[in-house]
Design a protein around this ligand. Structure first.
Ligand code: XIL
Length: 370
């Protein structure tokens, strides 16, 4: 009896903990009928049935994207070599759970191997040869995964802050209008039920926003389909302002496309440049890694308020916002622990490193209540 009591007490504590987790409202239910709630995951979540993130993914999210798997390099690292085991697991897992499945991304200047742009002699490909290679990539993923795919980020980050076209091997070989050519291939190869997106960061920057709006008009003038623009939403506590985000939503709505917030997270650590230029790198210092022991409560509250404001805005435009995807599930699996500085302790998401909901989680659920 003496030993039994504490055991019973412990048991009921564990059970009430479990019950508390069970009783947590699901994000996707809180936003049902408004927009989809997505998560970006690594391929291990799909490959490992006992992966610790699975309960959260399955409970809270109704859309999935793979952080790296479907990019050209990870999927097709060498000519003729394809990572179909992982891709099959990813699409299979998501579809088994009825999720809206996103392919990220067909064409991007980063994580695309050099061989893509060269012939067997190592010479730069001709325009025609590169277009053919791009088309073959789209044909392959459509044949294998088309029935399980709901959207593709056709082109990622091809426009820079001032609105001009980013320098890249695609631009060097195909010219200024390479994004149009990429969409032409996507239009010809992908069925109409797969949404076609252009995706970029810092969508609130006037130069980039104007060029993305122009891109939408240019594509449509050529009879090409673009369904939505992906605004990555790698944001910070104070910037961009809610008014700036609102302007970007309104501009895209007026251009006639839907908006997907595709990679939402809130940077909590000091950083020299905003946005998400993958080429930015910094060195780890004590100053730029201040929250290794956790977020101080007042900063935690600021993050919760920031998320509440952002979701209130999304709700105001729920006729045009179709999906909000977080770039990660818990703080521990966020890319912001390793970019732009490796090895930091960041806190950008709704769940902490122990997979528990943060005040920001509750703020997002509250924001959905009428
Ligand atoms: C990131 C991944 O999360 C990292 O694992 C990888 O090392 C680099 O790319 N914008 C994008 C995403 O469109 O593909 C990037 O993902 C984050 C920034």
């Amino acid at each position: 009896m003496k030993h039994l009591l504490p055991a019973i007490a412990l048991c009921s504590l564990v059970l009430s903990g479990l019950r508390a987790a069970d009783e947590l409202p699901a994000l996707k239910d809180a936003y049902a009928g408004k927009f989809l709630i997505g998560a970006a995951v690594g391929s291990n979540v799909a490959l490992q049935p006992n992966h610790p993130l699975r309960p959260l993914v399955e409970k809270h999210f109704n859309s999935l994207v793979s952080t790296n798997l479907m990019k050209w390099g990870p999927y097709n690292p060498q000519p003729g070599e394809y990572n179909d085991a992982e891709a099959g697991a990813y699409f299979g897992y998501g579809k088994a759970h009825g999720m809206y499945m996103v392919g990220h991304t067909l064409f991007w200047h980063s994580q695309t191997p050099e061989w893509v742009f060269k012939d067997t002699e190592g010479q730069q490909l001709s325009r025609e040869a590169l277009l053919k290679r791009m088309r073959e990539r789209v044909q392959r993923v459509t044949k294998l995964y088309g029935p399980s795919t709901d959207a593709w980020d056709v082109v990622n980050e091809a426009i820079v802050e001032d609105g001009s076209v980013r320098e890249s091997s695609f631009k060097r070989i195909l010219g200024e209008d390479w994004v149009i050519e990429a969409f032409r291939i996507a239009n010809e190869e992908l069925p109409a039920n797969i949404a076609l997106l252009y995706n970029d960061y810092n969508m609130e920057t006037p130069g980039r926003l104007a060029s993305v709006v122009k891109l939408v008009h240019d594509l449509r003038a050529k009879g090409l389909r673009i369904d939505a623009v992906g605004s990555q939403a790698h944001w910070r506590l104070e910037t961009p302002t809610i008014a700036q985000i609102e302007q970007s939503i309104v501009a895209l709505r007026d251009a006639g496309v839907k908006v997907h917030f595709t990679e939402l997270d809130i940077e909590m650590l000091p950083r020299s440049a905003p946005g998400a230029d993958i080429a930015t790198r910094g060195t780890l210092t004590a100053e730029n890694n201040p929250y290794t022991a956790g977020l101080p409560p007042e900063i935690q509250e600021k993050l919760a308020k920031r998320y509440a404001d952002i979701f209130a805005l999304f709700l105001k435009y729920d006729d045009v916002v179709e999906r909000v995807t977080f770039w990660g599930v818990t703080d521990g699996d966020s890319w912001l622990n390793n970019w732009p500085v490796r090895g930091r302790t960041n806190h950008p998401l709704l769940f902490d490193r122990e997979r528990n909901p943060k005040p920001a989680f509750h703020a997002v659920v509250e924001a959905a209540k009428p």
